[in-house]
Design a protein around this ligand. Sequence first.
Ligand code: ZN
Length: 236
Amino acid sequence: MRVALLSDIHSNLEALDAVLAALPQVDRILVLGDIVGYGPDPNAVIARLRSTGARAVRGNHDQAMLEPSTLEWFNPHAAAAARWTQGVLTPQSRRYLATLPNHGRVGRHRAVHGSPKKPYIWEYILDDLQALEILVKLGRRWCFFGHTHLPRIFTEEGEQIPNLDDWLPLPPSALINPGSVGQPRDGDPRASFAVADLDSEAVHFYRVPYDLATTQAKILEAGLPEIEAARLAEGR
Ligand code: ZN
C-alpha cells in the first residue's frame, strides 16, 4: 500500500492543488494536521481535502479553531491569522475540524501532528536525542508526523535530510516528516510532500512549485499579516 503524506497545508489552496496534481498513484492520502492557519483559503482547502477522501489528524492550528484559549500559545502573527480564520470559517468547516482525531493509524504505523508522546502537547521533534527517546517507545513501527515544516527522517542512526531523487529505504523503526505543503520552512519555497510504500518499506520525498504570487496576493487582500505572504517566497 502506498500512502501520500501531506502536512501543514495551512489554508494554501494553490500549494495543495499543485501537490494533488503532482501526486503519483497512491491508495490513500493522509494529512498530518494544520490544515488551516496562516493562509487565505481555509474553507476551500477543507472542501478540496474532503473531495479527495483524505484522512487527517488534527494539528494545533486546527485545534485553535475549536478551542480559542489555545491561542495563548501562538506568536502574535499566528494568533492574528488564527483569529481571522475563525471569522471566516464556515460551520461545515468547523464541524469537519471537530471530527479529526489527535492521532491515527496506518496498519501498525502511527500518524500524529507533533509527536506521538502522550499527552499530546504539540511537541516539535527537532533533534536526534529527542527522536531516539520516541523511537525506543515506538518499537518496530513508523510514525508519520509534521509540525516543524521540515522534511526529515529520524532513525536510530540519527537525522536524515532526505534527497528527492529516489525511494529511500526505511528501517523497521522510523519517524517521517513529509515537510509542509503550504508553508515550507527549510529555505525551499516549493510545496513539500512524501509517499510511503508500506510493502517495499521505503519513502519518496517530492517538491513541487506552485503559484505562490496568487497565494501572497490573497493573503494581503484578506488583511492577514504581511509576514505570512513574504515568508512563502523565502520558504521560511
Ligand atoms: Zn504548522
